[in-house]
Design a protein around this ligand. Sequence first.
Ligand code: SAM
Length: 357
Amino acid sequence: MSAADKATEPTRAVLPFECKVYQSYIRGLKAWWKDEAYRAVMADAAPLAGKGVAALEAELGKVPSYQLYGWLERHLQQFKYVGRWGLVPVIAAQSAELLPILKQGAERFPERLKLDPNFKVPDYVTDVDTHQHPGSTWSDDYDAFVHESATAGFSFTLGDSEQLVERYARPLVELSQPRDILDLGCATGKSSRALKTAAPQANVFGCDVSAPVLRLAHVRAVEEGMHIEFSQQSAEKLNFADGRFDLVASHWLYHEMPPQAIRIAIREARRVLRRGGVFAIYDMCAVPGGVVGEWLHAGYAARNNEPFAYPLVNLDFETELRAAGFGDVKLEVHAPPGDRMPASRTHYMAMVTAVAQ
Ligand SMILES: C[S@@+](CC[C@H](N)C(=O)[O-])C[C@H]1O[C@@H](n2cnc3c(N)ncnc32)[C@H](O)[C@@H]1O
């Protein structure tokens, strides 16, 4: 193979035609689930809205509309990863081509990728197959490519993930005018790259507990000519000096951490921020829609193997952030007013921002 051929070799997992068809079929069913199946559940839940989460689960657990909704929510996500044309077996079979991409990638600008062979991935990460991805992102190197394919294009509720991450990064950069940015829980670096694009002059750092995704984040940043430094660290214990950053941000991290770990991470974020620096959390921090919204969110957390997504909505961010030395706490949720539920099933995302005092 010539050098020119090599330069054009794909550096991504290649999904064969059959896999693409299978994945499209799952997406089609998901579209039906988030509209028709969801609306049938909403109609059956409406008369019970005055009851609590446990009562809703007990009573609607016997009703076919909710049984079908719950089954589809759990299994469509599972089918995405497993089975003959699921992402895990298809991508694992490409390990011989994919793993050298990470190895060779690590040899370019090696000072920008700091992995810690002695790092202990927290139990709350290793105890669950998050998102029902068998082995999740931390156990095998090929899993980084599985995560990348699983989160490319359309998200869980069929929103365009590239647009969503861009919409997250720009306002944060406008708010904090940062020189130094830390992206916590960066995974394959999509959020880090969005921050670098929004603030090209800033120094951007990404950290995660999982080595495979960090390796791939490094490859993608180098490919895009972006100088971003990635390191294997927990948001709970950062290897950065006090007051190092003026923006510490996270995009979909905290729903994967238990409340006690979040409390520690909030204090750690305050430590590494300069006075006046901005801390930002973009996640499912609040569930509007009253008891029905909370019940569906609790079910989602259980069915999608994200056990901490439910306790996250009961965390009092105002109190926690103030106790850790932040002020000017704002929580913005993009959702219908009051107890209304949206017309389709969607995640209610919230942006929490706070200023280091
Ligand atoms: C949903 S992904 C985040 C995706 C990424 N920010 C993006 O927008 O594409 C959550 C990430 O958080 C990481 N994570 C979990 N606990 C962590 C911790 N204590 N510190 C840092 N990262 C953590 C996981 O390994 C995973 O890669």
